[in-house]
Design a protein around this ligand. Structure first.
Ligand code: SF4
Length: 143
């Protein structure tokens, strides 16, 4: 098993670069659970089905936001325009289970995100709580 990078406190604070909302190779999808779609629909005062029809598509049984070509459609002036209602994967980033190894943390997070090493010191418990939340969310992508 890869050594867990989340076994020691890490410093991370979003610097507003928008880099995590921009396409980079295989990272071209924002996946959304039913709960994410409900929350975002409320944000736009729409029904969940209308929001899903307008903003989502289903690829291989998984719901994702439409229109992520260069960047997420909700990224405006390097800011998330749906921040309060943003999908779970955006809220749990960068503490995803697949980033727990030191190598993955460097390649998938530290190398392009200026928030790494800045600001808030995250406890092991809070990072693992978010990683766990992300795992649960991934189990619901097909809903
Ligand atoms: S929903 Fe917001 S936080 Fe998530 S990728 Fe889009 S712009 Fe970024």
């Amino acid at each position: 098993m890869a050594s867990s990078f989340f076994s020691q406190p890490l410093r991370f604070q979003c610097q507003g670069s928008g880099n995590c909302c921009v396409s980079r190779g295989e990272y071209g999808y924002v996946y959304v659970t039913l709960e994410d779609r409900r929350r975002m629909a409320r944000h736009f005062a729409m029904s969940t089905s209308a929001f899903t029809r307008k903003h989502c598509f289903r690829a291989h049984g998984i719901w994702a936001l439409k229109g992520f070509d260069e960047s997420c459609v909700f990224l405006k002036d390097k800011k998330c325009s749906v921040y309060e209602a943003r999908p779970t994967q955006c809220r749990t980033w960068p503490f995803w289970p697949e980033h727990k190894g030191a190598k993955a943390w460097k390649k998938e997070v530290a190398d392009f995100c200026p928030g790494v090493g800045k600001g808030k010191l995250w406890s092991v418990e809070s990072m693992n709580r978010l990683a766990q939340e992300q795992v649960k969310s991934e189990e619901q992508y097909g809903d």
